[in-house]
Design a protein around this ligand. Structure first.
Ligand code: URA
Length: 300
């Protein structure tokens, strides 16, 4: 093979990989959670194939809340002994099995985890907190929203996103047709960083196992990652939000994640040339599409 042929073949291979990757992300965003294992696949004729595809589509909503969930005991008490996952952990590239916690057990498991977080001293942030800020919202939400970490008001009230950025987030959630607490909201770090600075890598690494457990318990169908810290923590990527926003990613190879701007950035960008709110709305619409929702019609 000549060098030109080799480089053309490499370019073709890259294109194929890109197309396959985008297709898998699209399938995941559409609710496809797996494919039959080879030993279960019969040789199908064209008619059989069409029937099988229809049956698969009807089976697809395995993530719907009505579906009887698989149960698995979670050993929450062990979280403290686990080695902290590095913040750059390539969570997006790991593929893990879909294991769901029974909806009836989620509240209790989250409460148990929140208690554990209350006593956490794994990183220096604990020294400056008034209280830990664990989460708010529906433990069985189809949509989970991940932010960076508590600010002054969240630290004072013990709830995420209650300050000005939170009020904007509530409006965004409402625009998607959800009640405020119909979604589940959590942060990468659970304690307020001093002067609202960005959490450091070690702080994120110490706190991330808690978020991974929250995700495992809530088992959302889709996640919205707000801002740089959220995408770094969730996906282990180093690209910034400006490049990533609007592009579907996968958490642990299975939960579609839409990166978008942090509401605090949207507030700062108000009145500037960049139409960040319109871009964010495009991202929210993509999430609604993946969840089979349409924007609510305006009342009055
Ligand atoms: N910003 C965040 O990222 N999280 C909060 O809880 C509040 C503001």
């Amino acid at each position: 093979m000549t060098p030109d042929e080799a480089s053309a073949a490499a370019a073709e291979l890259r294109d194929i990989v890109q197309v396959v990757r985008e297709n898998l992300l699209w399938q995941a965003a559409s609710g496809v959670v797996g494919v039959p294992r080879a030993r279960n696949v019969r040789r199908l004729g064209a008619v059989d194939q069409a029937q099988e595809a229809g049956a698969a589509a009807r089976r697809a909503p395995v993530l719907e809340p009505a579906e009887a969930p698989e149960e698995r005991p979670l050993e929450l008490g062990r979280a403290r002994q686990e080695p902290a996952a590095p913040a750059h952990e390539p969570a997006a590239r790991e593929v893990t099995a879909v294991v769901r916690v029974a909806p009836g057990k989620r509240l209790a498991l989250l409460a148990e985890l929140a208690e554990e977080v209350k006593g956490c001293t794994k990183c220096a942030l604990h020294a400056g907190r008034t209280q830990t800020v664990f989460s708010r919202g529906n433990p069985s939400a189809e949509l989970m929203i991940v932010g960076e970490g508590p600010g002054a008001e969240e630290d004072a009230q013990g709830e995420p996103f209650v300050g000005p950025a939170g009020q904007l987030l509530d409006r965004m959630v409402g625009a998607m047709g959800y009640e405020r607490d119909e979604v589940y909201i959590a942060n990468i770090v659970k304690c307020r960083p001093p002067n609202n600075r960005t959490p450091q890598v070690e702080e994120m690494a110490a706190c991330l196992p808690y978020l991974h457990k929250q995700i495992e318990i809530v088992s959302p169908r889709v996640m919205l990652a707000m801002g740089n810290t959220a995408v770094r923590g969730l996906l282990g990527v180093s690209e910034g939000i400006m490049r990533l926003r609007g592009k579907w990613k996968l958490y642990k190879g299975r939960i579609p994640v839409m990166p978008t701007y942090h509401p605090a950035y949207l507030l700062r960008a108000e009145g500037t040339k960049r139409d960040a709110k319109r871009e964010a709305w495009d991202d929210l619409k993509a999430v609604m599409g993946a969840l089979g929702r349409s924007a609510p019609t305006k009342k009055g």
